[in-house]
Design a protein around this ligand. Sequence first.
Ligand SMILES: *[C@@H]1O[C@H](CO)[C@@H](O)[C@H](O)[C@H]1NC(C)=O
Ligand SMILES: *[C@@H]1O[C@H](CO)[C@@H](O)[C@H](O)[C@H]1NC(C)=O
Ligand SMILES: *[C@@H]1O[C@H](CO)[C@@H](O)[C@H](O)[C@H]1NC(C)=O
Ligand SMILES: *[C@@H]1O[C@H](CO)[C@@H](O)[C@H](O)[C@H]1NC(C)=O
Ligand SMILES: [Cu+2]
Length: 594
Amino acid sequence: MGTQSMDPRKLNSTPIPFFLLCSLLSLAASHEHHPLDPLTPLEQIQVQTIVKNSYPNVTFHYVGLDEPEKAAVLSWLSSSDHSNQIPDRRAFVIARDHSESHEIVVSLAEKRVVSDNVYDGYGYPVITFEEQRAATQLPLTYAPFLASIAKRGLMLDQVFCGSFTVGWYGDQESRRVVRLMCYYINGTINFYMRPIEGITFIVDLEEMKIIGYRDRVIVPVPKADGTDYRESVQKSTFDNRLKSITMLQPDGPSFTIEGHTVRWANWEFHLAFNMRSGPIISLASIYDHEENKHRRVMYRGFISELFVPYMDLTEEWYYRTFLDAGEFGFGQSAVPLQPLRDCPENAVFLDGYFATQDGTPAKISNVFCLFERYAGDIMWRHTEGALPGDLVTEVRQDVSLVLRMVSTVANYDYVIDWEFKQTGTIKVTAGLTGLLAVRGSFYTHKDQIMEEEYGTLLAENILGPNHDHFISFHLDLDIDGEPNSLVKAKLQRARVTDGRSRRKSYWKVANETAKRESDAKIHLGSGATEILVTNPNKKTKVGNDIGYRLIPRTVASRLLANDDYPQRRAAFTKYNVWVTPYNKSEKMGRRALC
Ligand SMILES: *[C@@H]1O[C@H](CO)[C@@H](O)[C@H](O)[C@H]1NC(C)=O
Ligand SMILES: *[C@@H]1O[C@H](CO)[C@@H](O)[C@H](O)[C@H]1NC(C)=O
Ligand SMILES: *[C@@H]1O[C@H](CO)[C@@H](O)[C@H](O)[C@H]1NC(C)=O
Ligand SMILES: *[C@@H]1O[C@H](CO)[C@@H](O)[C@H](O)[C@H]1NC(C)=O
Ligand SMILES: [Cu+2]
């Protein structure tokens, strides 16, 4: 996890109801919605029809629920008769029409476009799979490229091209373009290890044609030997002698799924799939058996952006400063999870839908899995040896609930886990696997390298350029209701100068509550500061504040200069934590591109 961001909110606390009305696999339009349910395929088709009525030649780049204002959702939750108060279902659409980006809101109840904003900023919407497919076919009939391939002695039918977003370098105006990079498959499945380096294409996506081509230098294509990563081919590398392991729950799982609401142990939350972000967790709450009520923890949590800048300044690489959500669609890049491999035997799978370029819903089967994890760990234990008689030992198993999605953005596979623990912890993990993006090189040994190469020689003719992956989470915490505060608890050394102890020092905690947004831009990892989100209006029985701690794992910090263009674009990486008041219109994803 690179950076996190959070929004405190300003609304009233309400109990969470026990019943929610839509059924898991029902696609029927007739069922009751939870206000945060994702658009059903039928609703997506309605949106497609309504938008195409107004804009016949439109292409769809994003279709999702236009989430109701938080106040409306909370008021729906607290009302006794949900059916009468459900906020109007609306869709938010980002579309291209006549070379303009439109941000369109569609009312499903009124069956019409209720607003349309033509976005005139620098950015462009997510590129569609159809555009990527069309762009990557262009080289195969492009005469200068065919000559370059022949010159290198390669076979065209073994060439495969990928498309890459180009970043931004201060231009006042830019065309909607991608660059292409081609690879040689012949003899491997892992073509990412065989770049045909030295060649760059620029493709205009509006005209869908090559507008720039340069064959700068012939670099050897790395050998195919040893690049095929499949287990069946790599027998010697992996030890297949382990006996099988399974996770058995003879009585079935302990969680239930009703509509989009998941209940497990004391936890309850709403789960939706989104084509930009992947999983969106909403209204997570914990049932308190002493107070006999649900206590809110998080209104909404999701990945808002991923920033992946490479540090390689060669002509074919300098532009690689990807925004994996805003440019490629982190949700739509999700892949069907493989039972027994991606998720254990006791997992339950759920599907998700995204909009294709013409607005038709496309299903991603098994986009999520939910399972109870027990890895043999201890949640809590104690052995009491001081009492007379036998030792008293109690051990509780660390069983948790995991929601998983895997998003494969070209060479990388991101494994996103939201884990709910019985202790009340929510743990979010981003695992990176798959393949490295590598650069072809003349070098076959480290000792040959005399100039700056921006990375590490990994194998003969293969360099791994230095790069980052920053993942930004939107966390709208609602700890025990409203309002919440951000508290920086600073551990400080105190000197003993008054002779009250034989000790010379100790540490104590001084806390600081953020009063404005500028107090809440935080660099983690420097100094002993803990980040707390508290509810100043709620106290424990002994008067302490109620709150959660934000616990970072490894802390990433950016090293790009403030005036460098990728850093200006991904300015959210400047601090690890930002806290701003709730404002629906300022959420990422409401922009054509950030
Ligand atoms: C849509 O595209 C078709 C075919 O390219 C064209 O004939 C038609 O005029 C376009 N419609 C609009 C509203 O631009
Ligand atoms: C393609 O792969 C085959 C089998 O590995 C090899 O014999 C052949 O030389 C390769 N051809 C080219 C042009 O790379
Ligand atoms: C922060 O300090 C104030 C003043 O000492 C105290 O009232 C408050 O409870 C503290 N909050 C936390 C979260 O420690
Ligand atoms: C929400 O954000 C928008 C865009 O920045 C701004 O125009 C509006 O005033 C904000 N609303 C509130 C209540 O702060
Ligand atoms: Cu990487």
